[in-house]
Write a protein that binds this ligand. Structure first.
Ligand SMILES: NC(=O)c1ccc[n+]([C@@H]2O[C@H](COP(=O)([O-])OP(=O)(O)OC[C@H]3O[C@@H](n4cnc5c(N)ncnc54)[C@H](OP(=O)(O)O)[C@@H]3O)[C@@H](O)[C@H]2O)c1
Length: 357
């Protein structure tokens, strides 16, 4: 049952998805006599911590109950005394916080609470992989996702890519958009697809990622959807330091921010991009394409996690763009090999997931 309760804790913590960055997702589940009697999660606001919410929401007397938390949290004396007063005897943690490194766990043990750590460690680590990576490295955790046909194409030879994947795979994309702080595409994708790059999910609260466009000289149409910004849908153009002043001013006038970075051999180095984004608090970056941008990102070695949606369609075309362009490698022995590979079948599509670095 312990594992079932921690699984539920992860689900509860996920409710904060999109609202906590750059902080972690926290969930708390209170259990008595093998029944869940209270739940709480961190929603990004300064309200009570998840465990106190779970205690306050409990439907029964909490004496002798156990608390499940996906990650060690920073608990003050006041929080600990609420836990003690409510007779919580055991606390199960999924993982330790990389900053606290067991400080809260030791404090709780000193107060006589039984603590067990490491329950569903891998799942809890994946839930907060963004936070863990950002805290350790100061740069965003980078996801890539593409949808390709069975013959390995991102779009037809004319650049049409709507739609390669099925509707359920598209929902998965929007869940990822909800989770991350920023989404990035290249200039050609803006020109050919005119994407909105917002989150479209059937849920009560939506969070749109910052839309990041790589466009060295700002060569995108003035009526592009990504240039329509409001309080909840913002855009940042990553441009060369050589962008024309008038073009930069045009974007600024439209309330679109511009980040200027040095060109290196005609490109903006992805290593510089992630460093600069990390400095402005972006903890996670989802690179959606197209092929040239994805290729450049892989060439720079900044990609952490790959999602590839494969749809059972064949479109052919020698010139049709493939998922990863860029320089690539010469020898198979140098291929990037994904780790912890899993796959999920979504209708007739298959979604591969794996890690690099
Ligand atoms: N199926 C999917 O999941 C999916 C997702 C997104 C897009 N797409 C499709 O992909 C197609 C567009 O792909 P694409 O490869 O043509 O275009 P793209 O990747 O959107 O943009 C390419 C442009 O970005 C430039 N660029 C690449 N890396 C750069 C860097 N590090 N710094 C500065 N500039 C950089 C390229 O320059 P160079 O030309 O000099 O290399 C080129 O001008 C569209 O047809 C779209 O529909 C499909």
């Amino acid at each position: 049952m312990k594992y079932e309760f921690m699984k539920r804790t992860i689900e509860v913590a996920s409710k904060g998805s999109g609202f906590v960055n750059p902080k972690p997702l926290y969930g708390a589940v209170l259990v008595k006599d093998n029944n869940i009697i209270g739940e709480g999660y961190f929603d990004g606001t300064k309200a009570e911590v998840a465990e106190i919410k779970a205690i306050k929401n409990s439907t029964e007397n909490t004496q002798g109950a156990s608390l499940y938390l996906n990650m060690e949290a920073s608990l003050g004396n006041e929080d600990i005394s609420v836990i003690l007063k409510n007779g919580i005897k055991n606390i199960y943690f999924g993982i330790l916080d990389p900053v606290l490194k067991g400080k809260t766990v030791n404090l709780l043990r000193e107060k006589g609470i039984q603590v067990e750590t490491g329950l569903l460690r891998d799942e809890c680590e994946e839930l907060n992989e963004i936070y863990i990576h950002y805290i350790k490295n100061g740069i965003p955790f980078v996801f890539t996702k593409w949808a390709m046909t069975l013959d390995g194409k991102l779009a037809t030879r004319t650049g049409d890519s709507k739609w390669i994947s099925n509707e359920d795979s598209l929902k998965f994309v929007h869940k990822l958009r909800q989770r991350v702080a920023a989404i990035l595409v290249g200039e050609n994708t803006v020109k050919l697809d005119n994407p909105m790059l917002n989150t479209r999910l059937d849920c009560p609260k939506i969070s749109n990622p910052l839309r990041v466009i790589i466009s060295k000289y700002g060569d995108i149409p003035n009526d592009s959807n990504v240039l329509k910004v409001d309080d909840n849908t913002k855009t940042l153009i990553i441009a060369s330091t050589n962008i024309a002043k008038e073009r930069e001013n045009y974007f600024l006038h439209k309330k679109v921010n511009v980040m200027k970075l040095e060109e290196k051999s005609g490109y903006i180095d992805f290593k510089d991009i992630v460093k600069a984004l990390g400095k402005i608090g972006i903890d996670s970056l989802y690179i959606e394409g197209g092929g040239a941008i994805l290729g450049s990102a892989f060439d720079s070695g900044i990609v952490n996690k790959v999602y590839a949606v494969v749809a059972p369609k064949i479109i052919g075309g020698k010139g049709a763009v493939t998922p990863v362009g860029g320089k690539g490698i010469e020898k198979m022995r140098d291929a990037l090999v994904l780790k912890k590979v899993t796959h999920e079948i979504v209708g007739s599509d298959v979604i591969f997931k794996g890690y690099l670095y």
